[in-house]
Design a protein around this ligand. Structure first.
Ligand code: BGC
Length: 382
């Protein structure tokens, strides 16, 4: 069901974003756009995690280039604020909402209001739970993100042939984010048989998602948790071979803890996700080993096509992908939000290491710095 087509990336990157504060950016589309009578409301969780700045920018630029007006809000990782922000956009009469939820289970009442006002809702990247008001979900194959991390560790350690045992610690994401469990399970299940066989050992014993979760995906919390783990289980010279981190914001803290508090002489494998600039620097410097990359410009492109179809009164399905360059699948079975199976467009993530950084440059979203050593973003907000 994977379809290939032409990129609208150039459009996305052509427009620069001005004056985007943490809470509100109500700038409107160019008056030349043919669809400028329609406004879309975009709710992003926070500016404090790098990727959402990129998502907000790509979405805004692409929708404006397609002639829509855009109302874009960031809600400072505060669920009350996000509810208020969305209610504000409903009151403003937006024609469609796309929401990256801070906590997928806290929006039901607000989305009842959207439904009453006939405003369709797209869950962007994170599934919104316990509501029938969500029409579509656009994200990546979240389980595969974790699976790629687990398989990377398997291959790096040569777990099928090496005797081991190797030591591993897990750091997972925000329990309020429905994605976090998929990432953790994908990684854990890829490694489970080696853990069961004793080839991979978890010295802290923390193998449940709840034990290793990181509220708000906070770098500082991940740092503190790793420092505590190192102090409690590794100060006797125990070797840490792998720190499996679900994403880059947590990997940043974990890598910092390893740099400052780990006594061993080896460089543990550290995984991540997103391709955040600070993490790409750590990959060049050998402090992080890999990141699972998700092209969020493509995620924005798919979201734009889904939105266009909905606003034109159509019911998007698998055929929508035939006009898109992004590799993605249409899935009506995998994502149940407690009320219904939400039809989902799932893009394909892939692994980036020090040896494949050029692949990111090839997307047009990154460039080498003047020393050709580190990557920087070509987006204007990051
Ligand atoms: C996203 C990840 C991101 C994390 C923290 C998740 O919902 O899918 O890409 O790293 O949130 O921002």
């Amino acid at each position: 069901m994977k379809k290939i087509l032409t990129s609208v990336l150039a459009l996305a990157m052509g427009v620069s974003l001005v004056g985007c504060g943490e809470t509100t950016d109500n700038s409107s589309a160019s008056s030349s756009g043919s669809k400028s009578d329609k406004t879309v409301g975009i709710a992003m969780p926070t500016k404090s995690l790098e990727r959402w700045n990129r998502d907000g920018e790509y979405l805004k630029n692409q929708f404006e280039a397609a002639g829509y007006k855009v109302e874009l809000k960031y809600s400072d990782n505060d669920t009350t604020q996000q509810n208020n922000d969305i209610q504000g956009m409903i009151a403003d009469g937006v024609n469609l909402l796309m929401i990256a939820a801070i906590d997928g289970s806290t929006l039901s009442q607000t989305l009842d209001e959207a439904k009453a006002a006939n405003i369709p809702v797209i869950a962007y990247d994170r599934l919104i739970m316990n509501t029938d008001a969500v029409s579509y979900y656009v994200s990546f194959d979240n389980y595969t993100v974790g699976k790629l991390q687990g398989e990377f560790v398997r291959d790096q350690l040569g777990l099928d042939n090496a005797a081991g045992p190797f030591n591993i610690e897990f750091t997972a994401g925000d329990p309020a984010d429905n994605n976090a469990g998929y990432f953790f399970n994908g990684a854990y299940e890829a490694l489970q048989s080696y853990i069961d066989a004793g080839k991979l050992v978890i010295p802290s014993g923390k193998k449940e998602f709840e034990q290793v979760a990181t509220p708000s995906w906070s770098t500082d919390t991940a740092l503190e948790n790793m420092q505590n783990t190192l102090a409690s289980y590794y100060s006797d010279g125990t070797v840490l071979d792998v720190a499996l981190c679900s994403n880059d914001s947590t990997a940043l803290g974990v890598a910092q803890a390893i740099t400052s508090d780990y006594a061993g002489s080896n460089a543990p494998i550290v995984t991540g996700q997103d391709g955040d600039i600070a993490n790409l620097k750590n990959i060049v410097d050998g402090i992080q080993t890999m990141t699972v990359y998700k092209n969020v410009s493509d995620e924005a492109s798919v979201t734009l096509e889904v939105s266009k179809a909905i606003l034109a009164g159509n019911t998007p399905d698998a055929n929508l992908l035939s006009s898109l360059s992004a590799e993605a699948s249409f899935d009506t079975e995998s994502y149940n939000n407690g009320v219904k199976n939400v039809p989902s467009y799932l893009l394909v993530p892939y692994v980036i290491t020090k040896d494949s950084l050029q692949k990111l440059v090839d997307t047009g979203l990154y460039q080498w710095d003047s020393d050709n050593k580190y990557l920087e973003s070509t987006a204007s907000t990051t």
